[in-house]
Design a protein around this ligand. Sequence first.
Ligand SMILES: NC(=O)c1ccc[n+]([C@@H]2O[C@H](COP(=O)([O-])OP(=O)(O)OC[C@H]3O[C@@H](n4cnc5c(N)ncnc54)[C@H](O)[C@@H]3O)[C@@H](O)[C@H]2O)c1
Length: 343
Amino acid sequence: MVNILITGGTGYIGSHTAVLLCEAGYNVHIADNFANSDPGVLNRIEQIIGKSIHFSEVDLTSSEDLDLVFKNNTFDAVIHFAGLKSVGESIKEPLKYYNNNISSTMNLLNSMHKHNVDKLVFSSSATVYGECKIVPLEETFPIGQTTNPYATSKFMQELILRDVAFASNLNVVTLRYFNPIGAHTSGLIGENPKGIPNNLCPYITQVLSGKLEMLSVFGDDYETDDGSAIRDYIHVVDLANGHLKAIEKLLQTNSSTSYNAINLGRGIGVSVLEMIKTFENATGRKVPYRVTSRRQGDLPVSYAATDKALNELDFKAERSIEQACRDSWNYQEEFNKTSASKE
Ligand SMILES: NC(=O)c1ccc[n+]([C@@H]2O[C@H](COP(=O)([O-])OP(=O)(O)OC[C@H]3O[C@@H](n4cnc5c(N)ncnc54)[C@H](O)[C@@H]3O)[C@@H](O)[C@H]2O)c1
């Protein structure tokens, strides 16, 4: 049995990855402090996989607490999702972001080194490409022209991981995600951030279910066909599958040291207004929205070059954005039913 530690595994992408890894026969241990998730996710993961899951409630910024998890368990590899991810909040509270995201990664690397765990998959982000205006974004493009502290924290973590990989026997696959959307088809797990959502899809589903009044479209005067910004939306189950492929690659590798950054996207740009239409078609409901001014730091167009993921991980996203919209809405409806039955 291969043992995998998933930090941040009760979060949006981590929970879907935990399900896929368990279904593929891995022994998964989740570590999370519920900073942006809820303990009920553990039950829902167990409902999907039909067995119990190992869990430690731990804040990764505490090196002692994290090290106890390593002391009490055996791991062959780690997938590191834990981190704060709101661009807007990071601009207001940069120290909170640098402290949480950088300390967590440093503590994790120290414990991995101490306990001889030498395989790591890291959650990075397309935001590390910063102001680069050339698309599709290739992994060889320069990174670091970042536009907010969240993105800078991801860039800094990439640099730390690269340096540590070169200086030790650590093997790292850094996955640069584009825009994950959708939910598990069961409707049991999905994106349920605390507070007002920062991402488009949970915002839309909360508007559709009456929790939020109206969606804001940030700018319709970009040089794109319909004037709204273009992003690369990828179904979260496809994204989770990318992690499975990355873990398989790492477990096969004999190299004593490596660092490899790979994009995970569909390689197709979709505008915000197109996404709204797709949601409307998928749900049969109108999405009320208003156009507001551009958001500082937003790029007009961002989508991934996907050749490296295909060539090195044999990864290709399979699910459509229509399916992702249906799955997101299904999750929101299930969530609303459960919340209503508790009231
Ligand atoms: N969702 C996206 O659009 C997106 C895009 C690119 C990269 N990423 C990155 O992927 C990772 C997962 O994203 P997500 O969308 O699932 O976010 P999420 O907020 O749903 O999940 C992150 C999880 O990490 C946990 N966490 C945060 N700080 C922690 C700490 N100090 N100790 C223990 N647990 C901690 C949170 O409680 C949460 O469960 C993050 O690192 C994020 O930056 C996300």
